[in-house]
Design a protein around this ligand. Structure first.
Ligand code: ADP
Length: 495
């Protein structure tokens, strides 16, 4: 291994503590793998009310932490535990007024109005924590807008940038989703105590707002997008949520690294959520998982009727406008659908109506349900992900690992992880799923029909399943790329 480095991951969610999406999955695995590779890795997250106290052994680390910025002292504290199954330290920043709430970012489909104050505190408190610990990381690795202020604080906040303790610390910013930007009133700047000089086009100003995301994009030393294709796409006008120009400016420092998956959580041979276990060499258990899923969701238990699964936030960006638009055609198919998710109420009710009209074909489960998500990945034959854009996407990789064939739009990480199946590519061991290009219902349906046709040919289908299960999506390869990138950054500075 290369030199062991001190790396602090800062994130607003991490499995197994709290999760709303793929970011939490990544934070639950990448730091652990880097730690296992020999780096001194630590993770810091807010201590939300949602985090199950009883499950993790938190110990008080700093019972009182007074964080001063913008002329105000904020009182907080820090707890500590080890990442389950390892000795890797996890720090939880506690501030009941900010984090002692029902949800992470907002309730009833509305963001909390003081998210700027909540996450500014989290970012600043993270830096205070380091001083309190007297632990100087080589790199602070920030993730998405909730941690985007850290690079600006390091570069320009008088309390931080003028303190020698922080001067050698480098920052890396990961883009998990550019659509969520944390754009706030510009008077957030003096509130935090940042100088107005940061509020420029080349700084964190974004159409008159103070953008926490843009702060991460402009002030960090390196940028990482969660797949190579997404790293390219977001620099193209119209595909970078307004940040294209800024990203092109940082093009040399922007790298795309495909996320991996945590194979200790997602493996059909060890998954306790499944009705039966199975593996690439012995796939019989998958049929039992399918029958169990059909039975439990009230669908007719039919072995030969293909079952198509979806697990997602129910929003247009995930392709649900196409799905809703195609409901008439989907209801005609000799196939069953199981959909798990929550989000847009209009999409929810249209899917519900389909299930009411056609209970034999549609099972719709509104909500967030981790065990059920495993049972769908295991029990379904196919997995539909017609996303308009997809930075990386994890569920298609989970699906392939479970021999569940993805049908996806060719965008972002979906195009980096799924290889188009056809007669030749299936036989040669390459094809792993079905992809469509244009974002239209017709193209999506065409891919679904192709998959259903292949399903009828059991020999080809089995081979396709084997190909998908053969793919290695574990973190090791990507973690090595991260490690190389850290090294490059630190050596640049030492030269
Ligand atoms: P995103 O982060 O954009 O939501 P990803 O595919 O990267 O999309 O990650 C989503 C993660 O959240 C996956 O682990 C997926 O299984 C999980 N997930 C999404 N919706 C639900 C749900 N309703 N119930 C359980 N897990 C869900």
């Amino acid at each position: 291994m290369s030199t062991s480095r001190r790396i602090l991951f800062v994130a607003s969610e991490a499995v197994p503590f709290c999760k709303t999406g793929g970011l939490a999955d990544v934070m639950g695995s990448l730091p652990k793998v880097l730690w296992q590779m020999g780096h001194d890795v630590r993770v810091v997250i807010p201590r939300y009310q949602k985090i199950d106290q009883g499950r993790f052994r938190f110990l008080p680390l700093m019972p009182e932490m007074n964080v001063l910025y913008g002329g105000v002292t904020f009182h907080g504290s820090v707890l500590r535990c080890s990442y389950p199954g390892t000795e890797m330290p996890v720090y939880l920043i506690d501030q009941p007024e900010f984090f002692g709430r029902e949800e992470l970012y907002g309730a009833s489909n509305k963001d909390y109005l003081d998210n700027n104050r909540r996450f500014a505190f989290f970012n600043m408190a993270t830096l205070w924590l380091l001083k309190g610990l007297d632990w100087q990381p080589d790199i602070i690795h920030c993730n998405d807008w909730q941690t985007g202020l850290v690079p600006a604080l390091l570069a320009a906040h008088p309390i931080v940038s003028e303190d020698p303790f922080y001067q050698d610390i480098k920052s890396v910013f990961s883009i998990h989703n550019l659509a969520y930007q944390g754009n706030f009133d510009k008077f957030t700047i003096p509130e935090i105590g940042l100088p107005w000089e940061v509020f420029t086009e080349k700084g964190l100003e974004f159409y008159g707002k103070a953008s926490f995301l843009k702060s991460g994009l402009m002030f960090s030393d390196k940028l990482i997008a969660v797949s190579p294709t997404y790293a390219e796409e977001i620099q193209v006008d119209g595909q970078g949520a307004g940040m294209e120009g800024s990203l092109r400016l940082r093009s040399e420092d922007l790298h795309g690294i495909l996320n991996g998956i945590d194979t200790s959580v997602w493996s059909p041979s060890e998954d306790a959520n499944l009705h039966a276990s199975y593996s690439r060499g012995s796939i019989a258990g998958k049929a039992k998982c399918k029958a169990d899923l059909q039975k439990n969701l009230g669908l007719p238990v039919k072995k030969d009727v293909p079952l198509i699964g979806m697990i997602s936030r129910l929003i247009e960006a995930k392709g649900f406008d196409l799905v809703v638009d195609a409901l008439d055609e989907l209801e005609e198919l000799d196939a069953q659908f199981v959909i798990l998710g929550s989000g847009d109420t209009e999409i929810e009710s249209k899917l519900f109506n389909a299930a009411r009209r056609n209970p034999e074909k549609f099972a719709v489960h509104i909500g967030y349900d981790d065990p059920l998500s495993h049972r769908i990945i295991g029990g379904a034959d196919m997995f539909l992900m017609p996303s308009f854009y997809e930075p990386c996407g994890l569920t298609q990789m989970y699906a392939m690992r479970y021999g569940t064939i993805p049908i996806v739009r060719r965008t972002g990480g979906l195009s980096d992880s799924v290889f188009q199946a056809d007669k030749l590519s299936i036989e040669s061991g390459k094809g792993t799923g079905y992809l469509f290009e244009s974002y239209t219902k017709e193209e999506m349906l065409k891919s679904i029909y192709e998959a259903l046709t292949c399903y009828q040919d059991s020999k080809s289908w089995k081979q396709l399943q084997q190909n998908a299960m053969d793919k290695d999506f574990s973190w090791i390869k990507s973690a090595k790329e991260y490690s190389r990138l850290y090294e490059e950054l630190l050596l640049e500075d030492e030269v």
